[in-house]
Design a protein around this ligand. Structure first.
Ligand SMILES: CC(C)(C)c1nc(N2CCN(c3ncccn3)CC2)c2cc(C(N)=O)c(N)nc2n1
Length: 328
């Protein structure tokens, strides 16, 4: 006999299982169960919550697609401005960046090298481990509250593995495969097509109908933790590892470089690999790894002095599916 109490207990078991499967599939790119198994458990949870609405909790996977059509997005002020990035287009300029830093910092320090994902910057706020607000970068000071749309993205955890209150930032992007398939569908429907995955991701996040956003196969790579030293984290590479442990999707191609020769090698490697990646990148981002170095050199009004974007030469090749490794 199904009581509200037994339904509540069963729903908690289902949510835990669904969350683990979802983490494996959407965050770790390592599906562990067939879709049909996931869907069966999900439908059972939907049934229990429909029968006993009082057992519904905010971080239930059923709450990702609110299904409501918003009338607009509220503006919001970022607690800390989302800085821009200085960019360079040659290894010579990269060396100048490194030399400038060493004018201020005498001892040696490592760089964290990251792929520069070609999507759009987002900010995510968590209170006691629960996702409470998500927004676009906007002009860096004022962004748009797109929490409801970001909740539909399975790579964004609704609850972290620890009850921490943090703000993180990253890139929301559309995988190349989803981009090609979306444009093929739009073409068949006589609609306009998106010029590139970045525009497709931006258009998908700007949807007022969250059910449309939910169908666009968006994903994220998180790359920034606010006030990390308050959490006892002292390097960018450590912050990335910690955010991964909390449940965020972190790009696995990041690497610590101890010399500029290592940085050059990283650039050469990913200029080669670029076309095979399942997502667009437009360069790499170099960051002083120790937060102590970041703190000493600080930021200008617009950009950090401790990070730089190295932009690849524009790559004329079309985004074709066959050259892409078949992951998300
Ligand atoms: C935290 C800092 C400021 C160093 C930072 N800022 C970034 N960006 C700033 C400029 N952004 C921007 N966007 C629109 C207009 C002007 N600037 C877009 C994000 C980063 C972007 C990526 C990426 N794409 O993969 C990344 N791995 N690390 C970043 N790190």
């Amino acid at each position: 006999m199904l009581t509200e109490l037994s339904a509540k207990k069963r729903a908690q078991e289902l949510r835990k299982q669904l969350s683990e499967w979802s983490h494996q599939y959407y965050v770790m790119d390592q599906p562990t169960v067939e879709d049909v198994v996931y869907d069966k458990a999900y439908q059972e949870l939907v049934g229990l919550e429909k029968k006993f609405p009082k057992i519904i909790v905010d971080d239930s996977p059923t709450q990702r697609v609110g299904g409501q059509v918003l009338s607009g997005f509220n503006k919001l002020n970022h607690v800390l401005p989302m800085l821009s990035l200085g960019d360079v287009f040659s290894k010579e300029e990269l060396t100048e960046f490194d030399q400038r830093l060493h004018k201020t910092i005498n001892d040696e320090f490592a760089y964290n090298c990251e792929l520069k994902i070609d999507g759009l910057a987002i900010s995510l706020v968590y209170e006691n481990g629960l996702f409470v607000q998500g927004s676009t970068r906007g002009n860096g000071v004022v962004g748009e509250d797109i929490t409801e749309n970001l909740k539909t993205i399975k790579a964004i955890p609704l609850r972290l593995t620890e009850p921490v209150s943090i703000e993180v930032r990253g890139e929301c992007y559309m995988p190349k495969r989803a981009f090609v398939e979306l444009n093929a569908k739009r073409e068949a429907e006589g609609k306009t097509v998106f010029a590139n995955p970045r525009n497709a991701a931006a258009g998908s996040l700007r949807q007022l109908d969250t059910a449309i956003t939910a169908r666009r196969h968006l994903s994220t790579f998180i790359y920034y933790l606010m006030n990390p030293e308050k959490l006892g984290i002292n390097k960018q590479s450590e912050a990335l590892r910690k955010m991964s442990e909390w449940g965020f999707r972190i790009n696995t191609e990041s690497r610590v470089a101890n010399t500029m020769a290592d940085v050059d090698a990283y650039i050469d490697e990913y200029q080669e690999k670029r076309i095979t990646l399942p997502y667009d990148i437009d360069g790499i981002v170099l960051k002083a790894d120790p937060f102590s170095v970041q703190r000493i050199v600080g930021n200008t009004v617009k950009v950090p002095r401790w990070a730089i974007a190295y932009k690849f030469p524009p790559d004329e090749q079309e985004t074709v599916v066959r050259q892409i490794e078949w992951t998300v």
